[in-house]
Design a protein around this ligand. Structure first.
Ligand SMILES: Cc1cc2nc3c(=O)[nH]c(=O)nc-3n(C[C@H](O)[C@H](O)[C@H](O)COP(=O)(O)O)c2cc1C
Length: 323
């Protein structure tokens, strides 16, 4: 099967799915910085089934942010399979792959047996994957963790079950559900998964620099690198990683250039999404300005900005102060 995640560069460097962060605007910006593949924020299969309008918006994938996978979460094979058929019918060809979330640690997800709870129920996870593969004309992948907790590390067994159930690609985050995002990601477990399956594995966890991406590929033998928090306020990380992989020098952007990108991000968000959601931009702006002179005052002001216009004015003013 044609696996679009590997089309642009080999090894691919991909933007991980991140709820509340990897929206269409941010995905496009990352693609412009050399990201090879993106994922939507996680979308509830059940939410889609019951026709939520927010859920539908999450599925929109425009020309400029492709290739992009849709990430679904759910634990009911029938619903997953129906929704995959519906996505395929309604998609204008913009969706490259279907990914199933089997790693989300949030209690409101795991409490329904979804996300990382599937790691405690391999037969159910396998049934979900089999149903998805059967329903989909696109490749199906899944993303999961090292295990539920340190006492039940089962990423290798889980990976084999997903391969046997027809997954075309798997993404492995080297932390347990219990760890959430704390502690160091265990790259050794990613290496063990790589050694135990023959489908491509995307390694995930703690890639915050070009050097880290090179090391992850070397240590684990993974087929590609998946970056989440390293891209927050830093879409430049994809340029940096590709430079490191190709052994090229890399000049990081100046603070002024970073702020210009932050402004482009904010303007894209306000033009293409609902401007009333502008408070969602605050976290991004705080990440873009990390470590910059005057950032604390800027953040304080941005956090109380009462309109999109006021937020943009603060952004322009702060950028000008960096000249
Ligand atoms: C704010 C936030 C939202 C996330 N949302 C999702 C999601 O929707 N689906 C998913 O599979 N993982 C999600 N993750 C997990 C990341 O994709 C990734 O596995 C994790 O952050 C480890 O990678 P990192 O060390 O590069 O950040 C999220 C992580 C963060 C920090």
């Amino acid at each position: 099967m044609d696996i679009p995640v590997f089309k642009r560069h080999d090894p691919p460097v991909v933007l991980a799915p991140m709820a509340g962060i990897s929206d269409s605007v941010f995905r496009r910006i990352c693609i412009e910085h050399g990201c090879d593949f993106t994922y939507t924020e996680m979308v509830s299969a059940k939410g889609l089934f019951y026709g939520g309008s927010k859920t539908k918006e999450l599925l929109r994938v425009s020309e400029t942010e492709r290739p992009c996978a849709v990430q679904l979460f759910g634990s009911e094979p029938d619903i997953i399979s129906d929704m995959i058929k519906r996505i395929a019918d309604e998609s204008d060809g913009g969706i490259a792959m279907i990914d199933i979330n089997m790693g989300c640690p949030m209690p409101k997800i795991t409490g329904n047996g979804e996300g990382s709870a599937l790691m405690r129920n391999i037969p159910r996870a396998a049934a979900v994957m089999e149903a998805a593969v059967k329903a989909s004309r696109l490749p199906v992948s899944c993303k999961f963790r090292k295990g539920w907790d340190e006492k039940s590390v089962n990423a290798v067994e889980f990976a084999k079950a997903m391969e046997d159930s027809g997954a075309a690609v798997i993404g492995v985050h080297g932390r347990t559900r219990e760890q959430l995002y704390h502690g160091a990601a265990d790259w050794q477990i990613i290496a063990e998964v790589v050694a135990s399956v023959s489908i491509p594995v995307l390694g995930n966890g703690d890639v915050f620099s070009g050097q880290a991406a090179v090391e992850m590929l070397k240590t684990t033998g993974c087929a590609g690198v998946m970056v989440a928090r390293g891209a927050e306020g830093n879409p430049f990380i994809f340029d940096e990683i590709h430079a490191a992989l190709e052994g090229r020098g890399y000049t990081p952007p100046t603070d002024y250039e970073r702020m210009s990108e932050a402004i482009r991000h904010a303007e894209g968000f306000l033009n293409e999404r609902d401007p009333r959601l502008f408070p969602e931009l605050r976290k991004h702006m705080s990440w873009y300005t990390k470590g910059m002179r005057g950032a604390l005052d800027f953040r304080r002001d941005v956090n109380v900005a009462r309109s999109p216009a006021q937020m943009l004015e603060l952004l322009y003013r702060f950028r000008d102060s960096l000249r």
